[in-house]
Ligand binder design. Structure first.
Ligand SMILES: Cc1cc2nc3c(=O)[nH]c(=O)nc-3n(C[C@H](O)[C@H](O)[C@H](O)COP(=O)(O)OP(=O)(O)OC[C@H]3O[C@@H](n4cnc5c(N)ncnc54)[C@H](O)[C@@H]3O)c2cc1C
Length: 299
């Protein structure tokens, strides 16, 4: 099938992109096009105009802002035209961004990551894909610009609103990493190269030196769930030591509170069971990552 006819505008600079988006309520931003073009071609989506941001100067930077030991978390500031492969290359060099790097490695293939932008993966606001869970666990923020104003907001809000509104351009994504000593894990089940997956989970865990939990974020990405962190499961870890029974309790709570649905790949019950197994494994990995080489908790 061919896409319905649309006009095309290659933005020269940011001002041009924002003005054209402002004047054309039916316009869509074209970044890597990996999601947008198939949607247009299958006519699941229509756009009167595509505003191509690929030639806009200054939007493809990836900057690492350092955190201090025990202090604020390190941050990656990512321009909206930066490709996932470029973000992965930077994240892989910074231990504080290991969770982001692990998540990116599960997104499509190397070829997909060379074309797809990180901002596009956030802006597509797909609740069942990796970025939705990552936004919850890492508190990712976006800079959203319109012709008239600029505002900073939690990326999770875009998922609740099915993406940026008319006239809006996500110009940058800010991804906080993990502090030294925080534990993390990212697990995904399913066939990798075709994009289809059964589900997965992202976890971030902050333990005190005595092994007790200061805070835990557990966010599954699975059909039926919106990618939000499971508050009850996370809070259950903060009532005592994070040992094997606590991990099992949290995994059971996660399976009980996650919303799942059936589709051609798996039943809702299977996905609920998968969440239990993945959360348990992820928490074990995350606890291990909080320990130094001698087994003590790193603070
Ligand atoms: C084989 C294959 C496997 C894949 N596997 C995965 C996977 O496992 N996980 C996953 O998350 N994705 C996967 N994808 C999808 C791909 O990673 C996303 O399509 C891509 O990340 C979206 O980025 P893009 O730059 O291509 O965005 P586009 O397709 O250009 O845009 C996506 C949407 O976001 C909007 N948009 C884009 N940039 C902005 C912006 N700056 N401001 C406002 N709106 C914007 C567009 O208008 C459109 O609605 C896969 C794709 C393929 C082809």
């Amino acid at each position: 099938m061919h896409a319905a006819p649309f006009a095309f505008h290659a933005a020269r600079d940011l001002k041009d992109a924002l003005e054209v988006l402002d004047m054309s309520p039916g316009a869509a931003v074209l970044a890597g096009g990996l999601s947008l073009i198939p949607e247009l071609r299958s006519r699941r989506r229509r756009a009167a105009l595509l505003v191509d941001i690929n030639n806009v100067p200054g939007l493809d930077g990836v900057t690492a802002l350092a955190g201090r030991p025990g202090g604020p978390r390190p941050v990656l500031r990512i321009g909206c035209a930066a490709r996932q492969a470029d973000v992965l290359a930077v994240a892989a060099r910074h231990p504080g961004h290991a969770l982001l790097a692990a998540a990116l490695r599960t997104m499509g293939t190397a070829l997909v990551r060379q074309r797809g932008t990180l901002a596009g993966a956030v802006a597509q606001a797909a609740p069942e894909l990796q970025m939705s869970a990552l936004c919850s666990v890492l508190d990712i923020r976006v800079t959203v610009r319109r012709a008239a104003d600029t505002h900073d907001r939690a990326a999770r809000e875009l998922f609740a609103e099915a993406g940026p509104g008319p006239g809006e351009l996500v110009t940058a994504v800010e991804v906080p990493g993990c502090r030294s000593g925080e534990g993390w894990a990212f697990l995904r089940a399913g066939r990798r190269t075709f994009g289809a997956h059964l589900g997965g989970v992202a976890v971030r865990l902050d333990l005190r030196p005595d092994g007790r939990c200061r805070g835990a974020r557990i966010a599954p990405f699975v059909a039926g769930h919106d990618g939000a962190a499971l508050a009850e499961a996370g809070a259950s870890l903060c009532s005592g030591p994070v040992d094997a029974p606590a991990v099992r309790r949290a995994a059971d709570l996660a399976a009980r509170t996650v919303r799942t649905r059936s589709d051609a790949l798996a039943s809702a019950d299977y996905r609920r069971h998968l969440v239990r197994v993945l959360v348990r494994r992820a928490l074990v990995q995350a606890v291990d990552r909080t320990r130094g080489p001698s087994g003590e908790v790193v603070s």
